[in-house]
Design a protein. Sequence first.
Length: 258
Amino acid sequence: MRKATFSIIIIAFLFLNFYTIDSEFEYFQFFDSEIKVKFDEWKELKKYFEKIGYFSIKNPPNIIVESLPKNLSEAPVAEKKELFVKIMIPLIRKVNQEILMERKEILKAKENGDLKILEFYMKKYDAKDYDDLLLKVNIIPEDIALAQAAVESAWGTSRFAIEANNIFGEWTFTPGTGIIPNDRPDGEIYEVEYFNSLLDSMRSYALNLNKLPYYEDFRLIRAGIKKGHPADGLINYSQMREKYVEIIKTVIKNLPRL
């Protein structure tokens, strides 16, 4: 049996803030301390969550799981899905908080006429103008992120999720920066990107949805400018296109309610 590994890094900081995005969305998050953990065994991670009283995602502790348990596939289906959701929610909320902090900095820079900061974010998000920038710098709906993570990583059990911390199926075209899929066609150079942590994977995914032109409809729907379900804007995320959108919607409807 593999020996469970456990590491905790406590980053001491207090952070309490309340943000409003435009007039329709309010987001609240309290960070008391950030704890990073890593377990090889799913049962050990489950025991740890129980020990600290992490039973519901309504008010989760600020626990950042750095990598997935290597044997998560061995867990019963219901427990596997519950653990995966508990792993993902703090990651999603942390990245959303970072996005909101960027948005706040952009609004302040606009008010103060700070062109240097505005130019930095315009470049980061490949924005055409200030309005386009605000359209892009916005949070990722939790149910969308959860459903895509579940589908792309097979609920945290795929080879790429385990070996490369890649929970959203992202590719790289820089040789040596990822894992070569066993079924990659001859002549192709893409690899499944390697990330140092699950959090890095979440950050990359969020930036892609907020930046790349393929997901403009997602951003327009998110902002209420275009009608539809946010998942409708993910038609270009997979070669399955419309079928992929329907899969994401189905997974959203059946996410564990914790």
